[in-house]
Design a protein around this ligand. Structure first.
Ligand SMILES: Cc1cc2nc3c(=O)[nH]c(=O)nc-3n(C[C@H](O)[C@H](O)[C@H](O)COP(=O)(O)OP(=O)(O)OC[C@H]3O[C@@H](n4cnc5c(N)ncnc54)[C@H](O)[C@@H]3O)c2cc1C
Length: 376
């Protein structure tokens, strides 16, 4: 693999985000070039791929792995005999029931994680059924702006800036200058009513950003230019995007968004005072202290989100899948999100790329250990 380099997701993070070299530079879908390179190399080595043939069961004989049962696209059972199997089905990000059972979050209500089709937790169930110790399955969290995906990128960019952030009770709940670490934000949101927060800006702030660009950009939202914000808001209003509110007074904004009116008015008053002195509540960086004074006012809803699930299969340092006594189950290995028990409910944003890094490295370790086991 070739990489563009190792990058920081935001200034306070480490430069650990290894971005794969693609034919279109840094941007969405770069990682697919890694899949293509690995696929080509595997083909060279004579690996046989069975697509649309999900594994369903690990076959055990005398306490050791003896094969895998799968079903092909015509519903026919496929039996693969083998001495070793590596489970790496990517977690359960698209399995709403499993997410609810394991984490309490309800996808589409208070959890807006990526739900990549086909990632249903098959490997977790196969491992648990084969006797592997079941560890908690967690969402790899990072906050998201809800319901604005179809709008111009500038909408998300403006509301992600470190301005005023309140909960349904109209109170601030974290230092907004940490909003770029969307995992910190998601963790804080998880403790609010309806697991909801509202990012609020006024028209002076919007005007400032439209003229000068936003305060913070990342490689995911690299463009500081938000000159099409007004257009994005107009589209939202036409399309009835209920999570983006525009109002002429703070009271109206609160009412429309479902925020405690009295508290929000008081919070805005206090916040505007802090802008002239010091943020007595969170000691936010002065550079981002801009008063909320001039109509129209805008707010948008943030909720916990995430990349998918992590964890569930106990492994040891050799990526051997282990039972409750921490004893390896002979011939069974696990890697990637299915076995990633180290982050709990957070994407470790200070070390960006850690999740893919864990998948790549555990995949490699599991492969080496399994090959050694089979040779022996
Ligand atoms: C939009 C998005 C952006 C991300 N950005 C980053 C990032 O910038 N940095 C980072 O570190 N991480 C990122 N991640 C997380 C990262 O992609 C995952 O941690 C990583 O892909 C996990 O690798 P894996 O091999 O465990 O699972 P996957 O890459 O999900 O692969 C699992 C494979 O198993 C297949 N499968 C499922 N069920 C079965 C079955 N029953 N039988 C056979 N095959 C099956 C699936 O089809 C899939 O091909 C991102 C994730 C998403 C969704």
């Amino acid at each position: 693999m070739e990489f563009e380099g190792a990058f920081r997701y935001f200034p306070k993070s480490e430069a650990t985000w290894h971005i794969v070299k693609s034919d279109h530079g840094i941007g969405p879908r770069a990682a697919s070039f890694m899949n293509k390179a690995l696929y080509a190399r595997a083909q060279e080595l004579g690996v046989r791929f069975l697509v649309e043939t999900p594994g369903k069961k690990i076959l055990m004989e005398e306490g050791k792995v003896a094969g895998v049962l799968a079903t092909d696209k015509d519903g026919e059972e496929v039996k693969i005999s083998c001495k070793a199997a590596i489970i790496c089905t990517g977690g359960a990000g698209a399995n709403k029931e499993l997410i609810k059972e394991e984490t309490g979050y309800i996808h589409g209500v208070d959890m807006f994680n990526f739900a990549i089709p086909g990632i249903m937790g098959d490997g977790l169930k196969m491992a648990w059924e084969a006797g592997v110790d079941k560890l908690p399955v967690r969402i790899e969290q990072a906050a998201v702006l809800v319901g604005t995906e179809e709008l111009a990128g500038s909408v998300c960019n403006v509301f992600s800036q470190p301005n005023l952030l309140v909960n349904r009770n109209g109170k601030r709940f974290m230092n907004e200058d940490q909003m770029q670490n969307t995992t910190f934000m998601s963790n804080a949101l998880s403790h609010q009513k309806d697991r909801t927060g509202f990012s609020i800006v006024d028209s002076s702030i919007v005007k400032y950003y439209m003229r000068n660009g936003v305060d913070n950009v990342s490689l995911v939202h690299p463009d500081a230019d938000v000159s099409d914000f007004a257009e994005g808001v107009k589209t939202a209003q036409e399309n009835g995007v209920g999570n983006l509110i525009v109002a002429d007074t703070i009271e109206e904004l609160a009412e429309k968004a479902g925020i405690n009116v009295e508290n929000l008015v008081a919070t805005v008053e206090d916040y505007n005072d802090y802008c002239e002195s010091v943020d007595e509540e969170f000691f936010k960086d002065r550079r981002y202290m801009r008063p909320i004074e001039k109509a129209p006012f805008y707010c948008a809803r943030f909720c916990p989100g995430g990349y998918g699930t992590v964890g569930g299969i106990r492994i040891n340092e050799n990526c051997e899948a282990c039972d409750k006594d921490f004893e390896p189950i002979p011939g069974l290995y696990a890697a990637g999100a299915d076995a990633c028990n180290i982050y709990e409910d957070s994407y470790m944003f200070l070390l960006p790329g850690n999740s893919m890094g864990f998948a790549v490295n555990t995949g490699r370790i599991a492969g080496m250990t399994a090959a050694e086991y089979v040779q022996e």
